[in-house]
Design a protein around this ligand. Structure first.
Ligand SMILES: *[C@@H]1O[C@H](CO)[C@@H](O)[C@H](O)[C@H]1NC(C)=O
Ligand SMILES: *[C@@H]1O[C@H](CO)[C@@H](O)[C@H](O)[C@H]1NC(C)=O
Ligand SMILES: *[C@@H]1O[C@H](CO)[C@@H](O)[C@H](O)[C@H]1NC(C)=O
Ligand SMILES: *[C@@H]1O[C@H](CO)[C@@H](O)[C@H](O)[C@H]1NC(C)=O
Ligand SMILES: *[C@@H]1O[C@H](CO)[C@@H](O)[C@H](O)[C@H]1NC(C)=O
Ligand SMILES: *[C@@H]1O[C@H](CO)[C@@H](O)[C@H](O)[C@H]1NC(C)=O
Ligand SMILES: *[C@@H]1O[C@H](CO)[C@@H](O)[C@H](O)[C@H]1NC(C)=O
Ligand SMILES: *[C@@H]1O[C@H](CO)[C@@H](O)[C@H](O)[C@H]1NC(C)=O
Ligand SMILES: *[C@@H]1O[C@H](CO)[C@@H](O)[C@H](O)[C@H]1NC(C)=O
Ligand SMILES: *[C@@H]1O[C@H](CO)[C@@H](O)[C@H](O)[C@H]1NC(C)=O
Length: 844
């Protein structure tokens, strides 16, 4: 018998084998989703980073092992961090103190002069302050559900993450007794649950919460006979953020519960549901100077108790339904992708991945199993964002899933590609998960970033941040207190805010939400632009009258210089965003500001130069580039993808500077750079994000073969069997790091092969929408419904044998009369149409 049949039989045995379902959960189908949209395995997870499965509601994350005798669930709270003002009341977000400021301004001035005289500088000349108590995203402990005694060794075990439902399930047998588990994190009910059902009473099952050893003031207590409470501080010696996690057991049917010595003990029950929630004393609304950047709120106890009391009155079936409604509305109501895959219930996901790795090395033609994994990874990337981005804070580098007291890279917000990449698939697939990101920018980095602008750069308007930030508004150019150590390559990145502003503009451009643009989007754009209006320098090296950044490092490269290509693009685009936003808002009060922005924009160096060897330059000067050959970052190509400075290039016609290029020369030099950067495997480069950025760029260049080969290389190389994207994939499990960036970069790269509509400098320029620009031959049939583009447009397309068979475009949601040029690669379609509001036009 083939394994496929066996499993289906096993599942149907389980479903039918229960004579009397004990509640409505058991009467609904407890089987794999028919669509094939799941990750599934035949044994429990043994290792967090490689095998556990994630659920989350944004506020909380849970990493699920689905053990049989002992089940472990790592518990996370999105705002639980060690460090910051909770560890050191004098924590200042890596900024200089008042008394240092005059000297720092002098040193910055000297540094700029060196760079303008010499082209580069050796080090940052003492402008980086100590990072202080930067802290780290920390786990809140784990929930352990154990049975002192099993009935017999288990058989027929399966666990799976159903991506249609956003639920983890598992099932197994012990003798003639069948067990089922269901795990949910519910956004509407602000809690997570762990449900065990058995076809016969379970003699004894214990629930406990295991704290993090490095945390302090740990108290675990019982409340009544069915509630456990953990309270602790995320740091040693009582210094650290206070948090509370509490959970209650409920039974349906027979059984009894007692709670003592940190254990809830349940006897003789068949249906047991443990629901937990948690919170910290972090308060994002207390991050201003007036509140001394304390970020301190109230004791989380009443919030936690209130949620548990409310959830206690909800029947389980209703709880599940609330979650399903929220999940389906948020992920699949209007968006749907088909790559021609078919479900495969004979090959567990870990085996599917192993087969994929072998296939990728073999260079054989792809088949149904490769397409299935490629499709699941798109859904999974969206699932992870939906499950981690909506709570108190945006998704961090780990989403909302971590183990222990410390997270890799502090589980922070790396804003020189990583956080941006996680958000790439969000607007295009219509997920409403970004409000926490805007609030985070507005309430953490903008206030403190105003201090950084002032104390480091002597700029009194606007705000600035650097590459890495935490939840306590770390905005300074943080250094490390190590003698003779030059941190410039990672810390000297002040364009992070400008890059994030492309997301702010896009949010409006995709959704058409004018009220939001006026209330939150435009003020963010303006404050960011204000900083750059004052921080840009007249280029005293080239003496060409242009405005450039100084000092700059191209992300994670050692040269400290001026006019870095990537920074110049981001600032030019930022000024465009201000202009475009005001063309929508028509704010009379902003007239003078708009004139100022336009005047600066007309002088900003847009950054593009081609070296004598034909490569797009990293910097205004053609510096020694041996470090950047095959470098992991593609920073000069930001304007190719995800942005538009290259893709929608229009040479200037005003004769300013002598450096303007034709679009074909710029694209050619960009392609040469992309070739030179290799496939993302050079030393210190073996992360998924570098590969999917490359894949998206190849798609942008309309090269399906290179797109697909880079995409499949990333899949084979950088995912664990739980499909977490990995850094150091071939190291030991202990050294292998999960960073969620590539889980977001992957779906974005796939979509960029199916539909492209790069932004333009002005809103009245024609938007070029290209359908199937880089469709690989292995995705010969499929559909994409409900995909969004900027200007508030929405498209549906279908293709067969690699050719577009049906397409329609709907929109725009707001501005009437949007002009769109629709192109279909290889199909001779090139139509200019004018769309009125909400109108649907059939294209093919
Ligand atoms: C496991 O599943 C198979 C196939 O349905 C069934 O024949 C067998 O009895 C099950 N084993 C146990 C121990 O339940
Ligand atoms: C479950 O935990 C108990 C108590 O810690 C331990 O004795 C037992 O070996 C564990 N069982 C498994 C399968 O890990
Ligand atoms: C700082 O800015 C002020 C106001 O623009 C200016 O007068 C002063 O010279 C600047 N300081 C340095 C060191 O450049
Ligand atoms: C000037 O630039 C050269 C390389 O172009 C470098 O070797 C030298 O150290 C720089 N001088 C200073 C003072 O930074
Ligand atoms: C499970 O299997 C092991 C080894 O096969 C055996 O020693 C043990 O007795 C079994 N346990 C139960 C409860 O059947
Ligand atoms: C828990 O204790 C309450 C009384 O405090 C009792 O009414 C209830 O039946 C107990 N529940 C269980 C499941 O043992
Ligand atoms: C649990 O069930 C066992 C076996 O049926 C029985 O002996 C025991 O008294 C029950 N315990 C409770 C607390 O109901
Ligand atoms: C593209 O760049 C390559 C490599 O520098 C060069 O040989 C070629 O002439 C360029 N083609 C165009 C059209 O500019
Ligand atoms: C990726 O690049 C490395 C280094 O150049 C090379 O050894 C490897 O074969 C390449 N792999 C693929 C799939 O292109
Ligand atoms: C949009 O423009 C069209 C044609 O110019 C006009 O007929 C229509 O009334 C406008 N619709 C809205 C909602 O403004």
């Amino acid at each position: 018998m083939k394994r496929a049949t066996l499993i289906l039989l096993a599942l149907s045995t389980i479903v039918n084998g229960l004579s009397k379902p004990t509640d409505s959960l058991l009467s609904r189908s407890f089987a794999f989703p028919k669509s094939g949209n799941a990750l599934w395995y035949r044994s429990p997870a043994a290792n967090w980073v490689l095998e556990s499965l994630p659920i989350g509601n944004g506020y909380m994350g849970a990493s699920v092992f689905s053990g049989v005798q002992n089940d472990t669930i790592l518990v996370n709270l999105d705002n639980l961090w060690a460090g910051g003002p909770f560890a050191d009341p004098a924590y200042n977000g890596a900024n200089w103190g008042e008394s240092d400021v005059p000297a720092v301004h002098q040193r910055l001035k000297a540094l700029r002069e060196t760079i303008f005289a010499n082209g580069t500088a050796n080090d940052l000349n003492g402008i980086t302050p100590d990072a202080g108590q930067y802290g780290t995203f920390a786990s809140a402990g784990s929930l352990v559900v154990s049975r002192p005694q099993i009935i017999s060794n288990y058989t027929n075990y399966t666990r799976w993450l159903d991506l249609d439902d956003g639920v983890i399930r598992s099932t197994w047998s012990e003798g003639y007794i069948t067990f089922r588990r269901e795990y949910i994190c519910s956004y509407p009910d602000h809690s997570c649950s762990h449900k065990t059902s058995a076809s016969q009473a379970i003699p004894k099952i214990l629930y406990s919460i295991v704290p993090i050893a490095d945390h302090s003031d740990i108290e675990i207590s019982c409340k009544g006979n069915s509630t456990l409470v953990l309270r602790a501080r995320a740091g040693a010696n009582g210094m650290g953020m206070l948090y509370e996690v509490a959970g209650s057991v409920r039974l349906s049917g027979d059984g009894s519960t007692t709670c003592s010595n940190g254990y809830i003990s349940v006897l003789n029950a068949t249906d047991i549901w443990f629901t937990w929630t948690g919170d910290t004393e972090y308060n994002i609304n207390a991050g201003t100077a007036a509140q001394h950047y304390s970020f301190k709120g109230s004791d989380p106890h009443s919030q936690v108790t209130g949620i548990l009391a409310r959830v206690a009155s909800i029947p389980y079936a209703k709880y599940l339904q609330n979650h399903l409604n929220d999940y389906k509305r948020g992920t699949s109501q209007s968006f749907s992708l088909d790559l021609g895959q078919s479900p495969d219930w004979s090959t567990p996901t870990d085996v599917l991945l192993k087969n994929y790795q072998a296939w990728q090395k073999s260079r054989q033609p792809s088949d149904a199993s490769t397409t299935l994994l490629e499709w699941i990874l798109v859904n999974y990337g969206r699932y992870l964002m939906f499950s981690s981005a909506r709570g108190n804070l945006p998704a961090n580098l780990q989403g909302v899933w971590s183990q222990g007291a410390w997270s890799p890279w502090s589980g922070d917000y790396h804003a020189n590609i990583n956080v941006q990449m996680m958000y790439w698939p969000v607007e295009v697939t219509g997920m409403d998960v970004t409000q926490t990101l805007w609030d985070f920018i507005q309430k953490t980095v903008v206030p403190r970033g105003g201090d950084t602008a002032q104390t480091l750069y002597n700029v009194s308007r606007g705000w600035v941040m650097h590459d890495e930030t935490n939840i306590f508004g770390s905005t300074g150019m943080k250094g490390l207190d190590i003698p003779n150590y030059n941190p410039a390559e990672w810390t000297n990145y002040a364009a992070a805010g400008a890059w994030l502003m492309t997301h702010v503009w896009d949010h409006f451009d995709f959704t058409g939400d004018i009220a939001w643009l006026k209330r939150q989007g435009y003020p963010l754009l303006k404050a960011t632009a204000e900083y750059w209006l004052d921080a840009l320098q007249v280029d005293a090296y080239s003496k060409d009258g242009s405005l450039v950044v100084n000092p700059c490092n191209s992300p994670e490269l050692p040269q400290t210089t001026f006019g870095c290509t990537h920074w110049q693009q981001m600032i030019w685009e930022l000024f465009n965003s201000v202009d475009k936003a005001l063309s929508v808002l028509h704010l009379g009060s902003e007239k003078a500001f708009l004139e100022e922005v336009r005047a600066a924009r007309s002088k900003v160096d847009r950054g593009f130069r081609i070296s004598p060897s034909g490569v797009l330059q990293e910097w205004k000067l053609d510096l020694d580039n041996s470090d950047r050959l095959a470098h992991r970052h593609l920073s000069p190509l930001t304007g190719l993808y995800p942005s538009y400075s290259i893709s929608s290039w229009v040479p200037r016609s005003d004769g300013f500077m002598s450096t303007d290029l034709s679009k074909s020369a710029l694209i050619n030099a960009s392609r040469t750079l992309l070739m030179q950067r290799g496939n993302g495997t050079s030393p210190d480069a073996d992360a998924g994000w570098g590969k999917f950025w490359r894949a998206a760029c190849w798609a942008q260049l309309g090269e399906p073969t290179r797109f697909y080969s880079q995409l499949s290389y990333g899949i084979a190389r950088n995912f664990a069997s739980n499909l977490f994207s990995l850094y150091n994939p071939f190291n030991t499990a202990e050294n292998t790091l999960f960073q969620m960036d590539a889980n977001g970069g992957y779906p974005a790269a796939v979509l960029n092969a199916l539909v492209q509509a790069p932004d333009t400098q002005r809103r009245d320029e024609t938007l070029v929408v290209t359908l199937l620009p880089a469709l690989p031959s292995s995705w010969s049939r499929g559909h994409l419904y409900g995909v969004r583009t900027r200007r508030g447009l929405e498209l549906d397309l279908e293709w067969r044998s690699g050719k577009l068979t049906k397409a329609s475009i709907k929109g725009p949601r707001i501005l009437n009369g949007t002009v769109v040029q629709v192109k279909v690669q290889g199909a001779g379609i090139n139509r200019q149409i004018t769309l009125t509001r909400g109108q649907s036009v059939t294209l093919a």
